[in-house]
Design a protein around this ligand. Structure first.
Ligand code: ATP
Ligand code: MG
Length: 437
């Protein structure tokens, strides 16, 4: 019989396991904690939308819409697209679900997004984003709060060192039109040296050239005029209010007058948190103000500002969290001890004790595994008795079945204390008590 060939993982997707998964989970956990500190409500939105949700809002000439979307007709013939980002779907929901009544609305979400890109380190076809949005607040204070949230998140992840907030403004319509004309003049003068992609952008969307990754475009883009000479008084005042707010909130930033974003819907504030620790994939978190987006989806003029960050890129910067804390490993000495072991582990877990069972192996093997796991305690279970071993000291003591949960509960507290420097056998004395009068 022919052997069945195992299908491969699809290119650009990932199976996340072990230390990578612990880092990944930690990013999501800390994001969830920090977004609650800022009173951002969690929302869930669909993985796919009508294609026009993204095509209309993100912009036809962007890389995302022109080359990266997973678009397919479903069985009913409708054109659907797997979400390449969250903002457009959230804006659609804001309009179709009547969320306008709650504005200003502070929202957060996370999950998988899909882009047909060339896979490499830190760049996948299915990846994960965390996302924060404020809809219905035209005030610069909303930009400041979002950026402060992002900054606190990076600090709590322990990766703020080496990550810089680059900030720009894309101005209002008046500012953009004037800047756009200056950019066109600059790029026209270098027409012969631009990549084909950028030549195509020159007519439709010259700002996009500033964001090009093509090495032929970079020197021309880097020498392009910045926005400041074209700034209207109003746009200037808005940006000034944002930077003043950031200074007041203690958020460090640097100006990058040529920063634009990969999506078309941004106005005023645009920003990226950038690191040089991830090679070419150095942008970990990015976003800005998108006051035109809701209108592009047929809604009333509505202000919005938001950001998204790649969970994988954040996770790659993080330390692996300390190994998961197993309190106790249950080890039946032989087959006859299995039911007592099961009753013991069931009770301990109901009492909130983190309990590991390994299903197989002889006593010696299992003890060795318990040692390596970093567990605090091991419980050796015999058909009619049990022995509690403290891993740190090697001490073993018989315990009664009916005292199990209490004895283990106290031991776990003592051993966790010992980890932090309190040695139970010496009492809970501070090491240098003698010095204190
Ligand atoms: P890049 O310039 O790296 O392509 P982008 O401007 O397309 O990024 P955004 O659309 O702003 O990215 O998405 C926000 C964040 O999502 C990025 O800052 C990055 O951390 C992450 N990200 C974007 N594309 C990918 C990808 N293909 N794989 C992994 N993470 C990604
Ligand atoms: Mg991209």
């Amino acid at each position: 019989m022919a052997r069945i060939q195992t299908p491969n993982r699809v290119r650009g997707t990932q199976d996340i396991f072990g230390a990578d998964e612990r880092r990944f989970a930690r990013v999501l956990e800390i994001f969830d904690r920090v977004r609650k500190l800022y009173c951002f409500q969690r929302v869930e939105i669909p993985m796919f939308e009508a294609t026009e949700v993204f095509a209309r809002s993100i912009g036809e000439t962007t890389d995302v819409v022109s080359k990266e979307m997973y678009t397919f007709p479903d069985r009913g013939g409708d054109s659907l697209t797997l979400r390449p980002e969250f903002t457009a779907g959230i804006a659609r929901a804001f309009l179709t679900e009547g969320w306008q009544q709650y504005a200003p609305l502070k929202l957060a979400t996370s999950g998988a997004v899909f882009r047909y890109e060339r896979p490499q380190k830190g760049r996948y076809r299915q990846f994960h984003q965390i996302d924060a949005e404020v809809i219905g607040a035209p005030e610069p204070a909303a930009d400041v709060e979002l950026l402060t949230l992002a900054d606190q998140l990076l600090h709590e992840l322990g990766i703020a060192e080496g990550v810089t907030l680059q900030l720009n403004t894309l101005g209002d319509a008046e500012t953009r039109d004037a800047w756009r004309a200056a950019l066109v003049a600059h790029f026209e003068a270098h027409r012969g040296d631009l990549s084909e992609d950028s030549l195509a952008r020159l007519d439709k969307n010259p700002l996009r050239i500033l964001d090009s990754k093509d090495p032929r475009d970079r020197p021309i883009a880097d020498a392009a005029p910045g926005i400041d000479a074209y700034m209207s008084a109003e746009a200037g005042a808005f940006f000034e209010a944002v930077t003043r707010g950031l200074d007041a909130a203690g958020v460090a930033w640097t100006r990058n007058a040529r920063l634009v974003r990969g999506l078309d819907y941004y106005r005023h504030t645009a920003f990226e948190f950038v690191t040089d620790r991830l090679g070419a994939q150095g942008t970990v978190l990015a976003g800005g103000r998108y006051d035109g987006l809701i209108e592009s989806l047929g809604g009333p003029a509505t202000a919005g500002v938001g950001w998204a960050a790649g969970v994988e890129r954040l996770a790659m910067l993080c330390e692996e969290p300390v190994s998961p804390d197993t309190h106790i490993v249950i080890i039946p000495a032989n087959a006859d001890a299995e039911s007592l072991a099961m009753s013991a582990s069931a009770e301990l877990r109901r009492r909130g004790i983190v309990t590991q069972t390994n299903f197989r192996g002889n006593l010696k093997k299992r003890m060795q595994r318990a040692d390596e796991s970093g567990a605090l305690l091991a419980l050796l279970v015999f058909p009619d008795s049990m022995v509690l071993k403290t891993m740190r000291t090697g001490n073993q003591e018989p315990i009664d079945r009916q005292d199990l949960a209490t004895t283990v509960g106290v031991k776990v507290m003592e051993e966790n204390g010992a980890k932090q420097g309190f040695l139970p056998e010496r009492g809970f004395a501070f090491p240098d008590d003698e010095d204190v009068e």
